[in-house]
Design a protein around this ligand. Sequence first.
Ligand SMILES: NC(=O)c1ccc[n+]([C@@H]2O[C@H](COP(=O)([O-])OP(=O)(O)OC[C@H]3O[C@@H](n4cnc5c(N)ncnc54)[C@H](O)[C@@H]3O)[C@@H](O)[C@H]2O)c1
Ligand SMILES: [Zn+2]
Ligand SMILES: [Zn+2]
Length: 365
Amino acid sequence: MIETQAAVLTAVNEPLQLTTIRVDDPEPHEVRIAVTNVGLCHSDLHYMTGTVPTDLPVVVGHEVAGVVEAVGADVASLRPGDRVVGALTPSCGRCVNCEAGHSTQCQRLDEVRRRATPAFQTVDGQPIERLGGIGAFSQHVLMRENALVRLPDDVPLQVGCLLACCIITGVGAVFRGAQVRPGSTVAVIGCGGVGSAIIQGARLAGASAIVAIDLDDDRLKAARGYGATHVINGGDGDTVAELRRQLGDGVDYSFEAVGSARTAETALALLRPTGTACLVGIAPAGTELSVPALDFFFEEKRLIGSYMGSGQAREDIAQFARLYQQGRLLLDEMVTRVIPFAEINDGFEQMLSGDVTRIVVDLQS
Ligand SMILES: NC(=O)c1ccc[n+]([C@@H]2O[C@H](COP(=O)([O-])OP(=O)(O)OC[C@H]3O[C@@H](n4cnc5c(N)ncnc54)[C@H](O)[C@@H]3O)[C@@H](O)[C@H]2O)c1
Ligand SMILES: [Zn+2]
Ligand SMILES: [Zn+2]
């Protein structure tokens, strides 16, 4: 067991508290990582504000990169000193869903994440929860070997961390979730970290038009840099009519990257017949959608969801790192600012302002 510094959420809607916690020794399949960088994702904020329920106290944070420090007895593929990014979705590799390539839907996830003793504890021995079994806002974390990907030497950790959530989620939703075809047309509602990654995925997939939709003109401007060919400010009137005016038709694929019923319903309305709407944003627990049933019959529309890139995080993260090395996937541009650990609460405030795509925390400074 070691002691380390972590940003702990002790009450919903309260700032994270930087404090000393205890980190258990790695179990046989686990690795202890010295965390260097974590991207601030809106999902963390959902737990912090209570829109997604969680047990307390908890360490949130999951868009994680760092350096392997210690390995469990059964770990064969990683060594101390390896630079890694983490995937939120460890899997057993053997259940029917894993065998079918749907590792994000592993049936034994709870079992895989279960530990004999709590990974994190307060200094007086009380257990602390970890978001997604990671808890990345801690200078040290424990992760399973099979949820980690080694990062090539020329991918800096401070941009590589984006691969762990917003990139795998957004680009994965394009390739594995909706399976966007070359030449097709795409709309993306919400152009934060995840939406910007979806826009880049659509560009890489060869979409012929990519319509970025957001309420913030600065985000729309940045979206053009990631590959958007058209922009619509969703606060200015009828988004569906404006998209049809600009393109002359609905789109083949729409993506929702905000997390609300209204924007999910808009995603379906933006489609042309036979189009696919893919929900990526996480709506508050209990949210229900109201969509016209006839859209599915007479127009053959499809409504799907995509979680953490739909299935093959480790393989995809390695491929996306290569696209970054080739200059085809923009990561440096997405990291608006790298902030010290002590300023993490300010970082969440900054995340909501328009000139930000992703804020990354440097946990060692
Ligand atoms: N499916 C998954 O696996 C997965 C993974 C990561 C994040 N998420 C979810 O994706 C969503 C986006 O995450 P993020 O980190 O990119 O958030 P973010 O805060 O960086 O971006 C959200 C964007 O949505 C815009 N927006 C807000 N309301 C809007 C509206 N009504 N119309 C158009 N745009 C609007 C904001 O201006 C902002 O640009 C969150 O709900 C997050 O929890 C899902
Ligand atoms: Zn995330
Ligand atoms: Zn499984």
